[in-house]
Write a protein that binds this ligand. Structure first.
Ligand SMILES: [Zn+2]
Length: 283
């Protein structure tokens, strides 16, 4: 089995090309993955497949490429189209998937769906939304709001995942962390900090989505440490309720990988062109 998890950021809009606009890349990539013979499945289905694989179950489809799609940070642009004042109309990732659905037979990519990893804390999201550093102060809209989460998940095309309480982001004044260092999830290395950033974040996201379970976590900045991966996540499943966690390590998932630190490829970092992605898919 070859497992590939791809990550996109819907706020990465710096032009109209594949290399500088994740919406353009995402649209093209759905076709590229399909042409390369990749089967898009939900991230949870991929996790279930890895679990079965690690338990020794092999299937006839061992040579198949399974691809799961993920979005990070939870801008409303994952779900709703918007107009960028410089770069114009942008079709949301959700509507790119709907467009693909409308243009292809139902037997092409029947499992097409994605997971949006969102930031739980409303005050942290407000601080980021208003920060010039995060790039969207020109929008009146609350572009990191949470009112789209439940509707998006009801479509069956988007699952909402956990991307921490506050991303330990430098522009957030009230980061919940015992360390003074900001901008590094490596610092989340105690039970209390992990509970706040991971367990409490899942609970808050679940509350905002009418009780949906939130079984998947993506490490902010792709940062992790031994405490999280080897102790907190595997030893406290009853408390945080997670099934897997994802880094940004830029490699394939193999049957040897730790479920609490599964790698992802990041658009714009690990691939910048259709040729790059083809290389990943066929490599
Ligand atoms: Zn992030």
């Amino acid at each position: 089995m070859k497992g590939i998890v791809l990550s996109y950021h819907s706020h990465n809009v710096f032009g109209a090309g594949y290399e500088n606009n994740d919406h353009v890349a995402f649209s093209r990539d759905l076709e590229l993955i399909t042409a390369a013979g990749g089967e898009i499945i939900s991230l949870m289905s991929l996790v279930a497949r890895i679990r079965r694989y690690q338990a020794g179950e092999r299937s006839d489809n061992d040579e198949k490429i399974y691809v799961a799609l993920t979005f990070d940070d939870g801008p409303v642009f994952d779900y709703k189209d918007f107009i960028h004042p410089v770069h114009g109309y942008q079709r949301s990732f959700y509507n790119e998937m709907m467009k693909f659905r409308a243009e292809h037979d139902t037997n092409i990519q029947p499992g097409l769906s994605a997971t949006s990893f969102v930031i739980a804390s409303p005050s942290a999201r407000q601080a980021m939304a208003r920060s010039p550093e995060c790039g969207y102060t020109f929008l009146d809209e609350d572009w990191l709001g949470d009112d789209w989460w439940e509707n998006a998940s009801k479509t069956g095309m988007i699952s909402i995942g956990n991307h921490s309480l506050d991303h330990v982001h430098p522009v957030v004044p009230s980061v919940v962390l015992s360390s003074e260092i900001r901008g590094s999830f490596h610092e989340v290395a105690t039970y209390a900090d992990a509970n706040a950033q991971i367990r409490d974040a899942s609970a808050l996201i679940s509350k905002k989505t009418n009780g949906l379970s939130v079984p998947l976590f993506a490490f902010p900045y792709g940062h992790y440490n031994d405490y999280l991966v080897k102790e907190y996540l595997p030893d406290h499943i009853d408390e945080h309720g997670l099934a897997a966690a994802f880094s940004a390590d830029g490699r394939y998932i193999t049957d040897q990988d730790n479920l609490w630190c599964l790698p992802r490829f990041i658009c714009g970092l690990h691939w910048k062109s259709p040729e790059d992605l083809n290389g990943i898919l066929n490599g």
